[in-house]
Design a protein around this ligand. Structure first.
Ligand code: G7M
Length: 325
């Protein structure tokens, strides 16, 4: 189970976030983390105000849970309502002439953190969310066939969450747009990383209905109708639903993706989304152009990306003596 416990204040709450009912703020209930005990800090990222830990809900025999805790971005509603709320408290920390600073204790109805939980977490999840050295790989088609593919075939994350979305078993109320065509259709919905409050950090993901396309590496010209459909209808749905024009959208694949069912990321250009850098992101427009030029582009292309120590792929390249250090 992967659960996102998120705050729901802000501009976006007033908009229709999905095709269904407007998002209604849910009143908080006792913390799901009451019995949680932190075993180890996996990663501290003060710049992004994020700490990732691994721990357990019970005794040693219990399965591990990975929890990512991040500060929510501030928004207009917070400044308008939370600061002035009856039950808000402040403590003056400095006063000098006309200048003063204050610690602000916000009312309970205003969440200040978002926690993303993965439970039960596998060793691969713990590795994914841990701090470790990064190494750049230049994956030739030969390296893909001889090392990457055999490794990924046995070490992949479950895509059960993807199937749940496609079969409307989970997150159905969050769907922003669906084209049900089995060949060219997709479901567009908020990515787990988006708090759904701040449009400047909008993050949606389009999951294709078609099965069996594991990553960008597998794309050929035969997938062009699918890709063009995701691009055009995805942009249109975001404009219609959130009022964001396509000139403000970064639309891309990850390579390597974490999950081997084809999906496309849509993020706001103002948001410095993790994995939107040149070592992981490939814009959908570029991918379409490349396939228009050559149907076999991605079976011939050398693809550059980062692997991290602890990652099974890193270990596989190391065993194949790919790295020169
Ligand atoms: O790296 P990759 O291209 O595989 O990215 C997968 C994306 O799916 C990431 O941006 C995740 O935040 C997102 N994601 C992962 N899970 C498990 C979920 C989920 O359960 N629901 C939603 N909505 N997004 C998810």
């Amino acid at each position: 189970m992967a659960a996102t416990v998120a705050g729901d204040c802000g501009e976006a709450k007033k908009r229709k976030l999905s095709g269904g009912e407007p998002d209604i703020p849910v009143s908080p209930s006792p913390s799901v983390f009451r019995k949680f005990r932190v075993d180890k800090i996996l990663r501290e990222d003060q710049r992004n105000k994020l700490i990732t830990v691994v721990g357990k809900f019970g005794n040693e025999a219990e399965k591990d849970a990975v929890v990512l805790v991040e500060r929510l971005p501030l928004d207009k509603t917070f400044v308008e309502q939370a600061l002035a709320a009856e039950d808000a408290m402040t403590k003056e920390t400095l006063k000098n002439d006309i200048y003063s600073t204050h610690s602000v204790y916000t009312p309970r109805a205003f969440p200040d953190c978002k926690a993303t939980m993965i439970y039960p977490a596998t060793a691969k999840h713990i590795a994914k969310y841990s701090e470790h050295d990064a190494f750049i790989v230049r994956e030739t088609p030969h390296l893909y066939q001889t090392v990457t593919k055999p490794c990924l075939d046995v070490n992949k994350f479950s895509v059960q969450w993807v199937h749940n979305i496609l079969e409307k078993k989970t997150e159905a109320d969050r769907i922003v747009f669906e084209d049900p065509d089995p060949e060219t259709g997709f479901i567009l919905l908020p990515d787990m990383k988006w708090n759904r409050t701040d449009l400047d950090s909008l993050y949606l993901v389009a999951i294709v209905h078609k099965h069996g396309v594991h990553s960008m590496r597998h794309l050929t010209a035969q997938h062009l109708p699918l890709l063009k459909n995701v691009l055009e209808k995805g942009k249109k749905a975001i404009k219609g639903q959130f009022g964001i024009p396509s000139s403000k959208l970064r639309i891309y694949f990850h390579y390597q993706p974490s999950y081997s069912h084809l999906h496309v990321h849509f993020t706001h250009v103002k948001f410095d989304a993790p994995g939107s850098d040149c070592l992981r992101a490939h814009t959908l427009e570029d991918v379409i152009d490349n396939l228009d030029l050559d149907s076999d582009f991605y079976s011939k292309k050398t693809l550059v990306y980062v692997v991290r120590e602890n990652d099974e792929l890193y270990k596989a390249y190391k065993a194949a003596t790919y790295f020169d250090d």
